[in-house]
Design a protein around this ligand. Structure first.
Ligand SMILES: C[S@@+](CC[C@H](N)C(=O)[O-])C[C@H]1O[C@@H](n2cnc3c(N)ncnc32)[C@H](O)[C@@H]1O
Length: 378
């Protein structure tokens, strides 16, 4: 199992992640004798058990294939059964960093919800830290406990079924950090203060609305917390692509300093310019500044302009042909990149990072604070 460490072979009872294709995955608890239907066809568990994580496996009907991945907290977040709204990597990573979680940390969390944050915390504090997670919805607490056992992390996590706003955390030791994902987090701040180490214990509260943040900050301030700060963590994903860019067109002629004074301001007037010999610099080459996406074979409207995630573009066929007329292309100089076997060079492949068209927006605000109580202080 991969929630805490790496294992090579898929075993009976493991929870594997079945990768079905781009943006499509599912989790699978393996058990001999079971068959599971997927959109790529049926999977017989006994065919999977004993194989190596990472392998590719054809489905029974031979309709397609899947890849079997080792589960990690990140993959679990993307595949867990949603019993509540959950937090994703961007927020979780900032929380983990700002709470200064590390192996050996002792952390309190409430509510447990679907356990998305809990899995990430458990991996970070392993092997000798502990997560105490509190959930007032009994079924959710029971399910979370089952998940932690299934995933081999139950020795790191204690799930308590408890209303922390009404009854506090009920523990008689201090902890390094408290994480709150509750509808009224300000009501839990005084309870958190009682269990936090006074030598720099950290608290974080996640809230979708700014009014919740305001109330929480007021409470943190009035209870003596320091370094109160709020972040909104927005994610911006980029996809790596190889696109064909036009070779830079620098004009056909060079202009000496003296000549440039008399040079025609009209860039199409090449009479005052001298031939540079640089490939792709003829004025004819100005036509068609398109960039072609190698994967899709399509052309972007202009170099650097984002494609959508499927590599689709509005660029029309005529644009693609524009500037591609072999007859008009200038001769290559030695070493210049080539775009086809005929030796013409106007375009060359290059790696680009293209932002996704659709990206996650606002999830919530993360408010952090620290509790320092100096000896003799309050
Ligand atoms: C949004 S969910 C937490 C999701 C979790 N952070 C995750 O990523 O999976 C909020 C949870 O807090 C629980 N909750 C709400 N009020 C509570 C209280 N007073 N005491 C304990 N848990 C509470 C809810 O039942 C719910 O499961």
């Amino acid at each position: 199992m991969g929630f805490l460490g790496y294992s090579d072979v898929i075993c009976d009872g493991d929870k594997a992640i079945v990768y079905l294709g781009y943006n499509s995955m599912m989790s699978l608890k393996l058990s001999h004798g079971t068959v599971t239907q997927t959109k790529r066809g049926a999977l017989r568990h006994s065919d999977i058990i004993g194989k190596k994580y990472g392998c590719r496996l054809s489905t029974l009907s031979d309709k397609g294939y899947v890849h079997l991945l080792q589960p990690t907290p990140e993959l679990w977040t993307l595949n867990l059964p949603h019993r509540t709204q959950i937090l994703y990597f961007a927020d979780i990573s900032l929380i983990t960093l700002q709470l200064e979680l590390k192996p050996g940390s002792v952390v309190v969390e409430s509510g447990t919800g679907s356990g998305s944050v809990s899995h990430a915390f458990a991996r970070t504090i392993a092997p000798n830290g502990h997560l105490h997670t509190f959930e007032f919805h009994e079924q959710r607490a029971v399910k979370a406990r089952e998940d932690f056992k299934d995933h081999g992390i139950s020795h790191l996590v204690t799930v308590a079924h408890r209303d922390v706003l009404e009854h506090g955390f009920g523990i008689d030791f201090t902890v390094d950090a408290v994480f709150l994902d509750l509808p009224c987090p300000w009501r839990a701040v005084s309870h958190a203060k009682k269990i936090l180490k006074t030598s720099g214990g950290k608290i974080c509260s996640f809230s979708p609305c700014i009014e919740q943040v305001q109330r929480t900050c007021e409470e943190l301030g009035s209870l003596g917390f320091s370094d109160i700060s709020t972040f909104e963590c927005l994610q911006r994903n980029y996809e790596h692509r190889t696109v064909i860019l036009p070779y830079p067109n620098l004009g056909t002629k060079t202009v000496s300093r003296d000549d440039s004074k008399q040079a025609s301001p009209n860039p199409d007037d090449s009479s005052s310019l001298q031939d540079t010999g640089i490939p792709g610099t003829s004025t004819e080459a100005r036509q068609g500044d398109g960039a072609t996406d190698i994967a899709s074979g399509t052309t972007t409207p202009e170099a650097g302009k984002p494609l959508d995630r499927q590599g689709e573009t509005d660029r029309e066929e005529s644009d693609r042909n524009e500037g591609g007329s072999q007859a008009k292309r200038p001769k290559l100089c030695e070493g210049a990149p080539q775009d086809n076997k005929k030796g013409n060079s106007l375009n060359y492949p290059t790696k680009c990072a293209v932002p996704w068209k659709d990206m996650p927006g606002h999830t919530g605000f993360l408010t952090f604070a620290t509790l320092y109580i100096l000896p003799g202080g309050s």
